[in-house]
Design a protein around this ligand. Structure first.
Ligand code: UDX
Length: 444
């Protein structure tokens, strides 16, 4: 099939590239000529494992191209996928201006019947709004559909080729048949539904996953007070198939381009129809506070942070991405600076992006993990990159001015860390001073 994908962010670029790899003819469009130039040169504007190789392969096969000309891309296609951003407005509502502009541009480019399917996460009713915009700007026939995207950054290609489900929301059988055909090479559960339900599935899924994370983080906070270990609690819960084991990793809370934005947007969507989504409001509140536990633990270990040298490992909101949108590291580092600490920071790929967001004379940017930790009064691990988990703990402790380790992602074994002479705090597990012989025995 012939596809035009409007928007080359995570969703648009990865979807477009993967659809081309499945044998379709794909033109990825972006209104930023610089981005298109970068892609045309064979570079990739985001860090996503495997993406460059897949782009090179499909460009070489003549199935994938990039353009900033919506008109020619739409004219050459049967299906148009809208994948532009829907960032948050100050009140939490989704900003639909990019999607509205894209709908208008596509409408003006129509030269015959096309399916216009939305992949962006959009509030319920938006596809009908898109339908109105397109109708106002064209006389050509078209049909609309909502096909929300569930890929995760860092494993986006794997997720696109092996989705847990494909949601197809549309109005007529012919459109549905075409979309089923497009997705046929992907063996997955296909959910066919009306457009409003498809739009809601995306928000409800993200809100539920965010709820799981805030839930386990609160359990972790209680575990710290009662002397239990949240990793064992999550394991014990996860075997119950009704609960499931994923998204029960306690830590410093969720970040990224989706959960924070989509939870706020769903609260607004509910509010707009006079419904107060109390549960989700609490989820958001818990998440906002969870990251500051890092600061509280540092203060417990060091007292005042004024003039202290604090090392930070990990700036991205999760491993395998250079995305720092709503990364907990942003507020943690800003708070450290406010409290007078000197910060040394390192991330394997996200430093350049982070510097654009937070730059201050009391931050020293480092090139590797050990240099960052050297001579510091405490080390905080904020993103669980695998290189941090492989580090020699004894060597690490010997490099630091004080061997204080605050593990925001529970990546280390508390007993091994204690053996390396660290004062160790993690999330929802006994901290080193409280590791009793009976706990060590039970864990061994
Ligand atoms: C998420 C959804 O998973 C995806 O389906 C949707 O399309 C976009 O939003 P993404 O933001 O890329 O994907 O990452 P994800 O792996 O879901 O992690 C989101 C955040 O939750 C990260 O900050 C991560 O560290 C945190 N998280 C995740 C936890 O704190 N604990 C967990 O158990 C899982």
């Amino acid at each position: 099939m012939k596809l035009a994908v409007i928007g080359t962010g995570y969703v648009g670029l990865v979807s477009g590239v993967c659809f081309s790899d499945l044998g379709n003819q794909v033109i990825c469009v972006d209104n930023n000529p610089l981005k298109v130039e970068i892609l045309e040169r064979g570079e990739v504007p985001i860090y996503e494992p495997g993406l460059k190789e897949l782009i090179d392969k499909n460009k070489a096969a003549g199935r994938l191209s990039f353009s900033y000309d919506t008109k020619s891309a739409v004219e050459a296609s049967d299906i148009v996928l809208l994948a532009v951003g829907t960032p948050s407005l100050p009140n939490g509502e989704a900003n639909l201006s990019y999607i509205e502009q894209a709908a208008k541009d596509v409408a003006e480019a129509l030269n015959g019947f096309k399916i216009i399917a939305t992949k962006s996460t959009v509030p319920v009713g938006t596809n009908e709004h898109i339908e109105r915009i397109v109708s106002e700007h064209t006389n050509f026939p078209f049909s609309i559909a909502s096909i929300p995207e569930f890929l995760r950054e860092g494993s986006a290609i794997q997720d696109t080729f092996n989705p847990d489900r494909i949601v197809l929301g549309c109005l007529d059988q012919e459109t549905l048949n075409t979309l089923i055909e497009l997705h046929k090479p992907l063996t997955s559960n296909i959910i066919t539904t009306d457009i409003r339900s498809a739009e809601m599935i995306k928000y409800a899924s993200n809100a539920f996953l965010a709820t799981k994370i805030s839930f386990i983080n609160e359990i972790a906070n209680i575990c710290e007070k009662v002397g239990a270990d949240v990793t064992r609690v999550a394991e014990g819960m996860g075997y119950d198939q009704r609960i499931g084991s994923s998204f029960l990793q306690a830590g410093i809370g969720y970040g990224g381009s989706c959960f924070p934005k989509d939870t706020e947007a769903l609260i607004q969507i509910a509010g707009n129809v006079d419904y107060e989504f109390k549960l989700l409001k609490s989820v958001v509140e818990v998440n906002k506070d969870q990251r500051f536990n890092i600061i509280r633990k540092l203060q417990e270990a060091l007292g005042s942070l004024q003039g202290k040298n604090i090392a930070i490992w990990g700036l991205a909101f999760k491993p395998e991405t250079d995305d720092i949108r709503d990364a907990p590291a942003i507020e943690i580092i800003e708070e450290l600076i406010k409290l007078g600490a000197n910060v040394k920071a390192y991330d394997p790929v996200a430093t350049a992006n982070f510097k654009l967001k937070v730059n201050h004379s009391s931050i020293k940017w480092c090139d590797n993990a050990l240099e960052t930790a050297s001579q510091s009064d405490a080390l905080c691990l904020l993103t669980e990159w695998s290189e941090f988990t492989r580090i020699d703990l004894v060597q690490l402790a010997s490099l630091m001015a004080r061997p204080i380790l605050i593990d925001g992602r529970n990546v280390y074994d508390p007993i091994k860390v204690k053996e390396a002479s660290f004062i160790y705090y993690s999330v929802g597990r006994p901290h080193s001073a409280n590791i009793s012989d009976s706990y060590a025995e039970a864990m061994s």
